[in-house]
Design a protein around this ligand. Sequence first.
Ligand SMILES: *Cc1c(COP(=O)(O)O)cnc(C)c1O
Length: 402
Amino acid sequence: MASVILPAAPSESRPGRFGIYGGRYVPETLMAALVELEHEYEAAKADAAFQAELASLLHDYAGRPTPLYFARRLSEELGGAKIYLKREDLLHTGAHKINNALGQGLLARRMGKMRIIAETGAGQHGVAAATVCALLGMQCVIYMGDVDMERQELNVLRMRLLGAEVRGVSCGSKTLKDAISEAMRDWVTNVRTTHYLLGSALGAHPYPTMVRDFHRVISREIKQQILEKEGRLPHAVVACVGGGSNAIGAFYEFIPHREVRLIGVEAGGRGSALGEHAARFEGGVPGVLQGTYSYVLQDEDGQIAQTHSVSAGLDYASIGPEHAALHDSGRAEYLSRDDAEALDAVVKLARTEGILPALESAHAVAECIRMAPGMAARDILVVNLSGRGDKDMGILARELKL
Ligand SMILES: *Cc1c(COP(=O)(O)O)cnc(C)c1O
């Protein structure tokens, strides 16, 4: 934890700041690389050829646009709102992560950096990064906590098959936070040749903005699809929040539409005591972790707290800085669903719709199951189904005694 110097005049218009949150709290050795990345990203954003190549890969390789599916049986069984599922689980590699991995992969190639490093929690980002590296002919090193390597073994094997080197991280809690720290250490050492392909809307500027932009396509599609199907905007959009990339992607285009509720679901884990969950807005306070100023689960000395969730992808002590600002302004609402509710939601969605959600996404489904019965039949609820559950079969077999 570093001491925090807040900007003199917090302003939305300042690049990399979301109100008072965000910023760039990194060692000096990384500043040049972050500035280079920011400039290169701005140039790519304005470059029609870059955007066309990304759009074509998203369409032909990743499988966009993803369907917005009306979950008729689930809606009828819950007896309230009409529930739509945004099917990011149908994307190549099984989760939304590929949107960002393709964008940053193309950007790295543009910068001439042909070595990619990345961190991964559930392994979905590692698989997406390894996939893009294979596609673009790049070298790939993935950092992953030992605990996560054990609980997401299938994804470790997938990364290796794709040609990536997976480096286990055995310090700290041996999960995502420690994997990010190791990746940052690697980046400091190899910054001239290496791009750090960060997997969520986290970290120092420009990452939270850039990663959000690469996922913005989710809400752009939802908006167009729901207008085509229903002729009006949804009552609410619900998404799970780990670092916050799928949620900010699903929320972003709706932010100006104040009648649309934006609901982020954090991991309630197995209890409300510090260390038993990853609900940053229910026990965290603002602080700096891994390059950005946001809500952080920490003890009274500012030491980062342990976190727990049945889903590795939500198991992180901080949250993307744009969510911190949306939380404080009240534009988005955040709450948590616990491990047991997420597991129940997996079973419910599997049995009513024949869809196995990732355990992360199941937290959003669980909130939808809680909300929908109290809503009117006219109300539309959109749930961002960020990924599919295949990777979780080992945990599901154990927890559900299959
Ligand atoms: C990684 C992951 C998440 C959590 O990451 P965000 O950046 O918060 O989206 C959620 N769902 C799935 C399926 C994931 O793989």
